[in-house]
Design a protein around this ligand. Structure first.
Ligand code: HEM
Length: 81
Protein backbone atom coordinates (compact mmCIF):
# COMPACT_ATOMS: atom_id res chain seq x y z
CA UNK A 1 0.00 0.00 0.00
CA UNK A 2 1.25 3.47 -0.84
CA UNK A 3 1.92 6.12 1.79
CA UNK A 4 -0.86 8.58 2.56
CA UNK A 5 -0.25 12.29 1.85
CA UNK A 6 1.05 14.77 4.41
CA UNK A 7 -1.28 17.67 5.21
CA UNK A 8 -0.51 20.96 6.97
CA UNK A 9 -2.50 22.08 10.01
CA UNK A 10 -3.80 24.94 7.81
CA UNK A 11 -5.22 22.44 5.32
CA UNK A 12 -6.92 20.53 8.14
CA UNK A 13 -8.27 23.75 9.67
CA UNK A 14 -9.86 24.72 6.35
CA UNK A 15 -12.16 21.66 6.66
CA UNK A 16 -14.51 22.46 9.48
CA UNK A 17 -18.02 22.40 8.03
CA UNK A 18 -20.24 19.89 6.29
CA UNK A 19 -20.01 22.12 3.22
CA UNK A 20 -16.19 22.21 3.07
CA UNK A 21 -15.75 18.78 4.62
CA UNK A 22 -15.07 17.91 8.24
CA UNK A 23 -11.49 16.87 9.01
CA UNK A 24 -9.96 16.09 12.38
CA UNK A 25 -6.56 14.93 13.63
CA UNK A 26 -5.69 12.21 16.09
CA UNK A 27 -2.14 11.22 17.11
CA UNK A 28 -0.63 12.65 13.92
CA UNK A 29 -3.23 11.13 11.59
CA UNK A 30 -5.67 13.18 9.48
CA UNK A 31 -9.25 11.96 9.10
CA UNK A 32 -12.04 13.09 6.79
CA UNK A 33 -15.10 12.34 8.91
CA UNK A 34 -17.63 14.26 6.79
CA UNK A 35 -19.69 11.13 6.11
CA UNK A 36 -19.49 9.99 9.73
CA UNK A 37 -20.99 13.14 11.29
CA UNK A 38 -24.58 12.11 10.51
CA UNK A 39 -24.14 8.65 12.07
CA UNK A 40 -22.13 9.68 15.16
CA UNK A 41 -23.79 8.22 18.27
CA UNK A 42 -22.95 11.45 20.14
CA UNK A 43 -24.71 13.64 17.55
CA UNK A 44 -23.63 17.13 16.51
CA UNK A 45 -21.15 17.49 19.38
CA UNK A 46 -18.62 15.93 17.03
CA UNK A 47 -18.53 19.21 15.07
CA UNK A 48 -16.80 20.90 18.03
CA UNK A 49 -13.63 19.10 16.94
CA UNK A 50 -13.98 20.02 13.25
CA UNK A 51 -10.70 21.27 11.80
CA UNK A 52 -8.68 20.35 14.88
CA UNK A 53 -7.57 17.66 17.29
CA UNK A 54 -9.81 14.99 18.80
CA UNK A 55 -7.63 14.47 21.87
CA UNK A 56 -9.04 17.24 24.11
CA UNK A 57 -12.60 16.11 23.42
CA UNK A 58 -11.91 12.43 23.83
CA UNK A 59 -10.20 13.22 27.13
CA UNK A 60 -13.55 14.61 28.30
CA UNK A 61 -15.73 11.90 26.73
CA UNK A 62 -14.01 8.68 27.77
CA UNK A 63 -16.63 6.62 25.92
CA UNK A 64 -14.21 6.88 22.96
CA UNK A 65 -11.46 5.05 24.81
CA UNK A 66 -12.37 1.70 23.25
CA UNK A 67 -10.80 -0.39 20.49
CA UNK A 68 -13.96 -0.40 18.36
CA UNK A 69 -14.04 3.40 18.29
CA UNK A 70 -10.44 3.56 17.04
CA UNK A 71 -11.22 0.97 14.38
CA UNK A 72 -14.13 3.11 13.25
CA UNK A 73 -11.92 6.20 13.11
CA UNK A 74 -9.23 4.39 11.09
CA UNK A 75 -11.67 3.88 8.22
CA UNK A 76 -11.70 7.63 7.61
CA UNK A 77 -7.94 8.22 7.48
CA UNK A 78 -6.81 10.36 4.55
CA UNK A 79 -3.27 11.36 5.53
CA UNK A 80 -0.73 12.41 8.13
CA UNK A 81 0.02 15.77 9.68
C1 HEM B 1 -20.33 8.47 21.57
C2 HEM B 1 -17.35 7.87 17.80
C3 HEM B 1 -15.98 12.52 18.16
C4 HEM B 1 -19.02 13.13 21.86
C5 HEM B 1 -19.60 7.90 20.52
C6 HEM B 1 -19.65 6.50 20.15
C7 HEM B 1 -18.84 6.33 19.10
C8 HEM B 1 -18.25 7.62 18.80
C9 HEM B 1 -18.57 5.04 18.33
C10 HEM B 1 -20.46 5.40 20.86
C11 HEM B 1 -19.52 4.69 21.80
C12 HEM B 1 -20.18 3.57 22.56
O1 HEM B 1 -21.25 3.80 23.16
O2 HEM B 1 -19.62 2.46 22.58
C13 HEM B 1 -16.72 9.07 17.56
C14 HEM B 1 -15.74 9.31 16.50
C15 HEM B 1 -15.38 10.62 16.60
C16 HEM B 1 -16.11 11.21 17.73
C17 HEM B 1 -15.25 8.24 15.51
C18 HEM B 1 -14.42 11.42 15.75
C19 HEM B 1 -14.17 11.12 14.48
C20 HEM B 1 -16.63 13.08 19.22
C21 HEM B 1 -16.43 14.42 19.72
C22 HEM B 1 -17.29 14.59 20.77
C23 HEM B 1 -18.03 13.36 20.92
C24 HEM B 1 -15.43 15.40 19.13
C25 HEM B 1 -17.50 15.77 21.67
C26 HEM B 1 -17.11 16.99 21.40
C27 HEM B 1 -19.65 11.93 22.09
C28 HEM B 1 -20.62 11.70 23.14
C29 HEM B 1 -20.99 10.36 23.06
C30 HEM B 1 -20.24 9.78 21.96
C31 HEM B 1 -21.11 12.74 24.12
C32 HEM B 1 -21.97 9.61 23.96
C33 HEM B 1 -23.32 9.56 23.32
C34 HEM B 1 -24.29 8.79 24.20
O3 HEM B 1 -23.99 7.63 24.52
O4 HEM B 1 -25.32 9.35 24.54
N1 HEM B 1 -18.74 8.56 19.69
N2 HEM B 1 -16.92 10.24 18.28
N3 HEM B 1 -17.61 12.46 19.97
N4 HEM B 1 -19.46 10.77 21.38
FE1 HEM B 1 -18.21 10.51 19.83
Amino acid sequence: TSALPIFSQEEVTSHRSLEDGVWVTYKGGVYDITEFVAIHPGGDKILLAAGGALEPFWALYAVHNQEHVLEMLSEYKVGEL
